[in-house]
Design a protein around this ligand. Structure first.
Ligand code: THU
Length: 157
Protein backbone atom coordinates (compact mmCIF):
# COMPACT_ATOMS: atom_id res chain seq x y z
CA UNK A 1 0.00 0.00 0.00
CA UNK A 2 1.17 3.50 -0.82
CA UNK A 3 -0.46 6.65 0.38
CA UNK A 4 -0.08 9.38 -2.24
CA UNK A 5 -0.74 13.08 -2.40
CA UNK A 6 -1.60 15.40 -5.27
CA UNK A 7 -0.40 18.99 -5.22
CA UNK A 8 -2.45 21.63 -6.98
CA UNK A 9 -0.68 24.77 -8.14
CA UNK A 10 -2.40 28.07 -8.73
CA UNK A 11 -1.61 31.75 -8.56
CA UNK A 12 -3.62 34.25 -6.59
CA UNK A 13 -3.88 37.87 -7.74
CA UNK A 14 -5.48 40.64 -5.72
CA UNK A 15 -6.28 42.80 -8.73
CA UNK A 16 -6.26 42.81 -12.52
CA UNK A 17 -3.30 45.22 -12.43
CA UNK A 18 -1.08 42.35 -11.28
CA UNK A 19 -1.87 40.30 -14.40
CA UNK A 20 -0.24 40.43 -17.82
CA UNK A 21 -2.01 42.47 -20.51
CA UNK A 22 -3.23 39.36 -22.37
CA UNK A 23 -4.89 37.87 -19.30
CA UNK A 24 -6.36 41.23 -18.34
CA UNK A 25 -7.90 41.52 -21.79
CA UNK A 26 -9.36 38.01 -21.49
CA UNK A 27 -10.86 38.70 -18.07
CA UNK A 28 -12.35 41.95 -19.35
CA UNK A 29 -13.89 40.05 -22.28
CA UNK A 30 -15.43 37.55 -19.82
CA UNK A 31 -16.83 40.40 -17.73
CA UNK A 32 -18.35 41.99 -20.83
CA UNK A 33 -19.85 38.68 -21.94
CA UNK A 34 -21.89 38.47 -18.70
CA UNK A 35 -24.24 40.82 -20.59
CA UNK A 36 -25.21 37.87 -22.80
CA UNK A 37 -26.14 35.66 -19.86
CA UNK A 38 -29.74 34.44 -19.76
CA UNK A 39 -30.26 33.35 -16.16
CA UNK A 40 -33.76 34.30 -15.01
CA UNK A 41 -34.03 31.22 -12.77
CA UNK A 42 -30.79 31.36 -10.78
CA UNK A 43 -29.94 35.02 -11.27
CA UNK A 44 -26.36 33.79 -11.41
CA UNK A 45 -24.92 35.37 -14.53
CA UNK A 46 -21.69 33.94 -15.88
CA UNK A 47 -19.42 35.08 -18.72
CA UNK A 48 -16.56 33.13 -20.24
CA UNK A 49 -13.89 34.16 -22.73
CA UNK A 50 -11.68 31.68 -24.57
CA UNK A 51 -8.33 32.68 -26.09
CA UNK A 52 -7.37 30.89 -29.31
CA UNK A 53 -3.79 30.14 -30.31
CA UNK A 54 -4.01 32.82 -33.00
CA UNK A 55 -4.82 35.39 -30.32
CA UNK A 56 -8.52 35.80 -31.05
CA UNK A 57 -11.11 35.68 -28.26
CA UNK A 58 -14.42 33.79 -28.37
CA UNK A 59 -16.97 34.50 -25.65
CA UNK A 60 -20.01 32.81 -24.16
CA UNK A 61 -22.50 33.20 -21.33
CA UNK A 62 -24.75 30.80 -19.43
CA UNK A 63 -28.12 30.11 -21.00
CA UNK A 64 -30.90 28.78 -18.78
CA UNK A 65 -34.17 27.13 -19.68
CA UNK A 66 -37.48 26.45 -17.94
CA UNK A 67 -36.57 22.78 -18.38
CA UNK A 68 -33.52 23.17 -16.15
CA UNK A 69 -31.20 20.50 -17.60
CA UNK A 70 -31.60 22.05 -21.04
CA UNK A 71 -29.53 25.08 -20.07
CA UNK A 72 -25.77 25.37 -20.47
CA UNK A 73 -22.91 26.93 -18.50
CA UNK A 74 -20.95 29.90 -19.84
CA UNK A 75 -17.73 27.89 -20.14
CA UNK A 76 -19.22 25.23 -22.40
CA UNK A 77 -21.14 27.83 -24.42
CA UNK A 78 -17.83 29.60 -25.12
CA UNK A 79 -15.73 26.48 -25.73
CA UNK A 80 -18.28 24.81 -28.00
CA UNK A 81 -18.66 28.03 -30.02
CA UNK A 82 -14.86 28.38 -30.20
CA UNK A 83 -14.32 24.88 -31.55
CA UNK A 84 -17.41 24.81 -33.75
CA UNK A 85 -16.36 27.98 -35.52
CA UNK A 86 -12.59 27.47 -35.45
CA UNK A 87 -11.91 23.75 -35.81
CA UNK A 88 -8.23 22.88 -35.57
CA UNK A 89 -7.26 26.10 -33.79
CA UNK A 90 -6.16 25.24 -30.25
CA UNK A 91 -7.52 27.03 -27.18
CA UNK A 92 -4.85 28.41 -24.89
CA UNK A 93 -6.80 29.92 -22.01
CA UNK A 94 -10.24 30.63 -20.61
CA UNK A 95 -11.38 33.36 -18.22
CA UNK A 96 -14.58 33.13 -16.20
CA UNK A 97 -16.48 35.90 -14.41
CA UNK A 98 -19.81 35.89 -12.64
CA UNK A 99 -22.39 38.20 -11.11
CA UNK A 100 -25.09 37.19 -8.63
CA UNK A 101 -28.22 39.35 -8.53
CA UNK A 102 -26.40 42.10 -10.38
CA UNK A 103 -23.16 42.25 -8.36
CA UNK A 104 -19.84 40.79 -9.51
CA UNK A 105 -18.90 37.99 -7.12
CA UNK A 106 -16.06 38.70 -4.68
CA UNK A 107 -14.91 35.09 -4.56
CA UNK A 108 -14.55 33.56 -8.03
CA UNK A 109 -17.11 31.09 -9.38
CA UNK A 110 -15.47 27.74 -9.95
CA UNK A 111 -16.37 25.72 -13.07
CA UNK A 112 -18.66 22.72 -12.62
CA UNK A 113 -17.39 19.18 -13.18
CA UNK A 114 -18.91 18.90 -16.65
CA UNK A 115 -17.20 22.09 -17.80
CA UNK A 116 -13.87 20.87 -16.41
CA UNK A 117 -14.25 17.64 -18.38
CA UNK A 118 -14.96 19.63 -21.56
CA UNK A 119 -11.90 21.81 -20.86
CA UNK A 120 -9.88 18.61 -20.49
CA UNK A 121 -11.02 17.38 -23.90
CA UNK A 122 -9.99 20.60 -25.65
CA UNK A 123 -6.70 20.64 -23.77
CA UNK A 124 -5.98 17.13 -25.06
CA UNK A 125 -6.98 18.23 -28.57
CA UNK A 126 -4.69 21.26 -28.29
CA UNK A 127 -1.77 19.10 -27.14
CA UNK A 128 -0.73 21.82 -24.72
CA UNK A 129 -2.03 23.25 -21.46
CA UNK A 130 -5.10 25.47 -21.32
CA UNK A 131 -4.87 27.98 -18.49
CA UNK A 132 -7.96 28.91 -16.48
CA UNK A 133 -8.54 32.31 -14.89
CA UNK A 134 -11.31 32.66 -12.32
CA UNK A 135 -12.21 36.27 -11.67
CA UNK A 136 -13.61 37.69 -8.44
CA UNK A 137 -13.65 41.35 -7.42
CA UNK A 138 -11.70 40.47 -4.25
CA UNK A 139 -9.40 37.77 -5.56
CA UNK A 140 -8.42 36.22 -8.91
CA UNK A 141 -7.14 32.68 -9.35
CA UNK A 142 -5.08 31.38 -12.26
CA UNK A 143 -4.50 27.69 -12.94
CA UNK A 144 -1.89 26.88 -15.59
CA UNK A 145 -3.51 23.66 -16.75
CA UNK A 146 -6.86 21.88 -16.57
CA UNK A 147 -5.23 19.05 -14.58
CA UNK A 148 -4.96 21.41 -11.61
CA UNK A 149 -8.74 21.75 -11.48
CA UNK A 150 -9.49 18.20 -12.59
CA UNK A 151 -6.98 15.62 -11.40
CA UNK A 152 -7.37 12.11 -12.81
CA UNK A 153 -8.93 13.42 -16.02
CA UNK A 154 -10.93 10.79 -17.88
CA UNK A 155 -9.25 10.43 -21.26
CA UNK A 156 -9.07 6.68 -21.69
CA UNK A 157 -10.96 6.50 -24.99
N1 THU B 1 -22.89 28.31 -14.19
C1 THU B 1 -21.99 28.60 -15.17
O1 THU B 1 -22.37 29.09 -16.25
N2 THU B 1 -20.68 28.37 -14.94
C2 THU B 1 -20.18 27.98 -13.73
O2 THU B 1 -18.97 27.87 -13.60
C3 THU B 1 -21.08 27.66 -12.63
C4 THU B 1 -22.53 27.70 -12.94
C5 THU B 1 -24.30 28.63 -14.43
C6 THU B 1 -25.23 27.48 -14.62
C7 THU B 1 -26.54 28.10 -14.20
O3 THU B 1 -27.09 28.83 -15.28
C8 THU B 1 -26.16 29.09 -13.13
O4 THU B 1 -24.78 29.34 -13.31
C9 THU B 1 -26.41 28.60 -11.71
O5 THU B 1 -25.86 27.37 -11.50
Amino acid sequence: MNEKEIKINFTEFSSLDEMCAEDRELVNASLKSIEGSYAPYSQFHVGAAVRLADGRIVTGANQENAAFPSGLCAERTAMFAANANNPGIPMTSIAISAAYKGAIVGTPASPCGSCRQVMAEYQKLAGRPISIILYGSEVIYKFDRVDDLLPFIFDNI
